[in-house]
Ligand binder design. Structure first.
Ligand code: DX5
Ligand code: ZN
Length: 223
């Protein structure tokens, strides 16, 4: 299993002070910046694009940026995010006409591709493309908003993907996104996740470092 990564979702950050907020979570011990891109089309909300990603890089943020695309179509925006400094680019298979081509496009542009599964999306895509991915992202809420409750059916799904990744022998990250808090992160880790997105649980806390440390401690218990 790969080292655990905590990935604060900046969706719950104070956007008026975004650079400062990202610096603060990183110096509080976060490993990667989870960057939620919503288009008011694939999901019913509208957030941030490549310009903001580039602005974070220009602000001196050098941690990995994990761009979670909730947009349709996908391919048009991939080169822009690569240029803007994205590290991982993940997308929803329902939003792409040609999933294998989109994965290749992300790789060609020098980024690390990942596929995202909504709570009701079957894992069957992985039968054909797992070996081309650097990340599998399982949604434990329906995408579109921060602050929703964790959907428990994500847990058996995490276990299933853990087995698939272990069988593949490849260093593929297993990320889980939605409703993760200090009090359920242990179960998510025990099921086999190694990358933990948390938006409201971190940015809604007074003390980012204490929250991240408490999360890490629960993850360590599960491993
Ligand atoms: C939801 C986003 C999540 C969201 C998580 O569509 O993909 O990354 O920000 O927020 P919390 O942790 O508050 O559920
Ligand atoms: Zn996300």
């Amino acid at each position: 299993m790969q080292p655990a990564w905590i990935a604060p979702s900046i969706l719950s950050a104070d956007f008026a002070r975004l650079g400062e907020e990202v610096r603060a979570v990183l110096s509080a011990g976060a490993d990667v910046v989870h960057f939620d891109v919503m288009d008011n089309h694939y999901v019913p909300n509208l957030t941030i694009g490549p310009l903001v990603c580039e602005a974070l890089r220009k602000h001196g943020i050098d941690a990995p940026i994990d761009v979670h695309l909730m947009v349709k179509p996908v391919d048009r925006i991939v080169p822009d995010f690569a240029k803007a400094g994205a590290t991982f680019i993940t997308f929803h298979p329902e939003a792409s006409e040609h999933v294998d081509r989109t994965i290749g496009l992300i790789r060609e542009h020098g980024c690390r591709p990942g596929l995202v599964f909504n709570p009701a999306t079957p894992l069957s895509y992985l039968d054909y493309v797992l070996d081309k991915l650097d990340m599998v992202l399982l949604m434990s809420v329906n995408p579109g908003f921060g602050g929703q409750s964790f959907i428990p059916s994500a847990l058996p799904k995490i276990r299933q993907v853990r087995e698939m990744i272990d069988r593949s022998g490849r260093a593929i990250r297993l990320e889980v996104d939605g409703g993760i808090k200090t009090d359920n992160i242990e179960a998510v880790a025990a099921a086999g996740a190694d990358t933990f997105v948390a938006g409201s649980a971190i940015f809604g806390a007074k003390d980012y470092a204490a929250t991240i440390a408490a999360m890490r401690e629960r993850i360590a218990r599960a491993r």
